[in-house]
Design a binder for this molecule. Structure first.
Ligand SMILES: [Zn+2]
Length: 261
């Protein structure tokens, strides 16, 4: 577990995380063309800045698609307050949210939501949510406090620039106004490795998620060291070739890495 600290301290910690052992070494193989490309893990816990960015961008894409496709036009912030110690607040937040949203969904049938965990600059957690109905701030605040959370709640209308949402760069800018990159990455470090940091209504799936499966079917991950990172970039140390005699893809060494690792 990482030290339970404030955001500046956590960011320092995140900066010095080691790069995942397999990140940048394995390859994606396109089974139609035989082309390979470097595999990056895209985890927030990887020391590669690129992977942390990928992690955030995946979240941005998911959230903006959900907002658009399910019309989640109300933005919500729920806090934990300072009743608990920092580390306890992180552990308790998911339970509080589970209880609170069960109550809210029961009271407002058809309420849809997606929420994401973020780290506040003082090191405490808060939740950002996008919901389908307008519910008064007082009701959110009372419900959340009754379930063990803080009493501070904030709700506002999501400003989505119509027509621009499909453009990726705009999406990122748009969502970044609500969900911060450093806050999301830090939150990932603050909870246990497999703990949740994102919640959404049951059965909620974006079009992208539904079509991605089909697109991925012609790509496979080759879990052998194909690439070797140098200062200039990624050198191929092996290639994947199709062996007709055994009827499958095999890894063949092309060169030995010149630099000792
Ligand atoms: Zn990585």
């Amino acid at each position: 577990m990482p030290p339970q600290q404030t955001i500046p301290q956590m960011l320092e910690y995140v900066k010095h995380l080691p790069v995942k052992r397999y990140c940048g070494r394995y390859a994606w193989l396109n089974t139609d063309t035989g082309e390979t490309s470097v595999f990056f893990c895209g985890l927030a816990s990887c020391g590669r800045v690129y992977c942390q960015r990928l992690y955030y961008l995946k979240r941005v894409r998911l959230i903006s698609d959900l907002i658009r496709e399910y019309d989640l036009s109300r933005f919500l912030t729920l806090t934990m307050g300072h009743k608990l110690a920092r580390c306890d607040a992180w552990g308790t937040m998911p339970h509080v949210w589970n209880k609170a949203r069960t109550m809210m969904v029961r009271k407002h049938p058809g309420l849809q939501y997606c929420t994401i965990l973020e780290a506040h600059k003082d090191g405490y957690p808060h939740l950002h949510g996008f919901v389908s109905h307008y519910i008064r701030q007082r009701e959110w605040s009372n419900t959340f406090a009754a379930c063990g959370g803080g009493s501070y709640a904030w709700i506002e209308r999501v400003e989505v620039v119509d027509g621009d949402v499909g453009r990726y760069v705009t999406k990122q800018l748009n969502i970044a106004r609500y969900v911060g990159k450093e806050q999301v990455i830090t939150a990932r470090q603050m909870v246990k490795p497999r703990a949740r940091t994102f919640w959404r209504s049951q059965g909620m799936k974006t079009e992208y998620e539904q079509t991605r499966q089909a697109a991925k079917s012609s790509a496979i991950l080759v879990t052998e060291d194909i690439y070797h990172q140098t200062e200039k970039g990624f050198d191929k140390r092996a290639e994947v070739v199709y062996s007709k005699s055994i009827g499958q893809w095999v890894v063949r060494m092309t060169s030995q890495p010149s630099v000792k690792e």
